[in-house]
Design a protein around this ligand. Structure first.
Ligand code: KIV
Ligand code: ZN
Length: 502
């Protein structure tokens, strides 16, 4: 049996289903390109039938990203499958992933169908998808709460119809590791055809067991894990890619399984996903949290200084964590900036370099030392506030002081036209956001606001994350600037732009 475990990344599909996340085409493309550099075997780029925006995003990932399989999700119905194919047909390695629920709870209460109808739909879906592409994945949704015999039956039917990947999802994160491992083992015994295809698992984290369940499945014969960067996904999320990969890497001698992941790209990928989705990473998150390699107690620090392996089971360099070095300053020119960005993995067109250089110079005027972290934040901000934005900020002027009512005047640009509005508020940030609401005509309810510093020091850039309810939809916005009122205004407008873009 091969020691290879395929990594199927679903950050852009299940990850994007996290409340508040709404990625633009350009943002999805940026993440997909980084996932390809990370070395994932498959990128599930989206669910094309759900919106025109998602269709366009999957299409552009399929056209541009080379290396991994590009996967589109589809329910087991003709319209979904046709749309999925239309979106991925230009891919180097296209794959359709179709699913239908198999648990009694879902069949009776959600689908309101008979088991026989479900079997027929699954069979028809695989056959239709196979007309388009040889690579077809099937998922029996809510597999862990499904009747075992029915599960075996439907898997036999879809294998007979030509499915090449069978994915077993723990859709509601209900399974325990030993149960899930046993399910995979027994399915492989009961359905011999599973030994000739990829057996994948897709675990949700409702009980905090997504990674443990995926690992139990691998130990019992699964050879693909579906996961997301930073564990994003519906509700409590999916199994975190970085955790699965580093468990298999760190414990290779015990587990005997390898992935193709270039672990040195993990930190960069995690930060990119965090910035573009607006989902911050918890400080103590395994592998990618800010404290994952920080030692604070005296005994630990002393041990690490004497010999790192006393308290470190993974070296920070192995996941691409380097110290944020001072790299450029006020006198650095375009050439130095371009060279440095290239060394960080960014290749920019002449236009993009010009815009980034302007941002860099503005930042260098306010901040003496520019670090890799600063530049990464600027690059992510550039992607966010790229061409897809409907409104952009031309200028913002805020007055406030003790005992004064804060007043903000904002000038926005939309299709080359200026819209200017003035508003007051409880504080300067509130006033700026109110002025933006007036100018765009979009009213919002603030659900969440957070500001953090990108680097140390009083001149650090502020990184603002905002979550808004706009017309019943939760949307996250993010913005950076050395001025936190400006960063807040950018984050606020970023969320509003997303609501107008969809
Ligand atoms: O959780 C789930 O069951 C899914 C399927 C579409 C694979 O996301
Ligand atoms: Zn899922």
């Amino acid at each position: 049996m091969s020691d290879k475990i395929y990594i199927f990344d679903t950050t852009l599909r299940d990850g994007e289903q996290s409340p508040g996340i709404s990625l633009s085409v350009r943002e999805k493309l940026e993440i997909a390109e980084q996932l390809a550099k990370l070395g994932v075997d498959a990128i599930e780029a989206g669910f094309p039938i759900t919106s025109q925006g998602d269709f366009e995003a999957v299409k552009s990932v399929a056209k541009r990203v080379k290396g991994p399989k590009i996967v589109a999700l589809a329910r087991a119905v003709n319209a979904d499958i046709d749309k999925a194919w239309e979106a991925i047909r230009a891919a180097e390695k296209p794959m359709i992933h179709t699913f239908i629920a198999t648990s009694d709870i879902h069949i009776e209460r959600k689908l309101r169908k008979t088991k026989d109808e479900v079997l027929k739909m699954a069979e028809a879906a695989i056959k239709r998808a196979k007309k388009y592409t040889p690579e077809v994945e099937f998922s029996p949704e809510d597999a862990t709460r499904s009747n075992f015999d029915f599960l075996c039956k439907i898997l036999e039917v879809v294998l007979e119809s030509g499915a090449t990947v069978i994915n077993i999802p723990d859709t509601v994160g209900y399974a325990l590791p030993d149960e899930f491992g046993k399910l995979i083992r027994e399915l492989k015994l009961a359905v011999p055809g599973l030994n000739d295809v990829i057996v994948s698992v897709h675990c949700h984290n409702d009980l905090g067991l997504a990674v443990a369940n995926s690992l139990a499945a691998v130990k019992n014969g699964a050879n693909q894990v579906e996961c997301t960067i930073n564990g994003l996904g519906e509700r409590a999320g999916n199994a975190a890619l970085e955790e699965i990969v580093m468990i298999l890497d760190t414990r290779y001698r015990t587990l005997g399984k390898r992935t193709n992941i270039k672990t040195e790209e993990i930190t960069k990928t995690s930060r990119l996903v965090s910035t573009l989705t607006g989902y911050q990473i918890q400080f103590n998150k395994a592998i990618v949290g800010a404290n994952a390699f920080a030692h604070s107690s005296g005994i630990h620090t002393d041990g690490v200084l004497k010999e790192r392996i006393t308290y470190e089971i993974i070296s920070p360099q192995k996941v691409g964590l380097t110290e944020s070095k001072i790299i450029l300053g006020k006198t650095s020119g375009r050439h130095a900036l371009r060279q440095h960005l290239e060394s960080m993995g960014y290749s920019l067109s002449a236009d993009e370099l010009e815009r980034t250089f302007k941002r860099f110079k503005e930042l260098a005027d306010k901040k003496a030392e520019i670090t890799d972290d600063d530049l990464e934040a600027v690059m992510a901000d550039e992607v966010r506030s790229g061409k897809a934005e409907i409104y952009s900020i031309d200028s913002l002027h805020v007055t406030s002081g003790t005992g004064e009512v804060p007043i903000a005047t904002v000038r926005l640009i939309k299709n080359g036209e200026i819209v200017e509005k003035t508003a007051n508020g409880d504080g300067p940030v509130d006033a700026a956001c109110n002025a933006i609401s007036e100018a765009t005509g979009v009213s919002t309810e603030l659900l969440f606001y957070n500001v953090s510093a990108i680097t140390g020091g009083l001149d650090a850039q502020g990184d603002v994350t905002i979550q808004l309810d706009i017309g019943g939809k939760k949307l996250i916005g993010r913005g950076i600037s050395t001025d936190i009122i400006e960063a807040s205004a950018k984050a606020y407008l970023n969320a509003i732009n997303k609501s107008l873009n969809k």
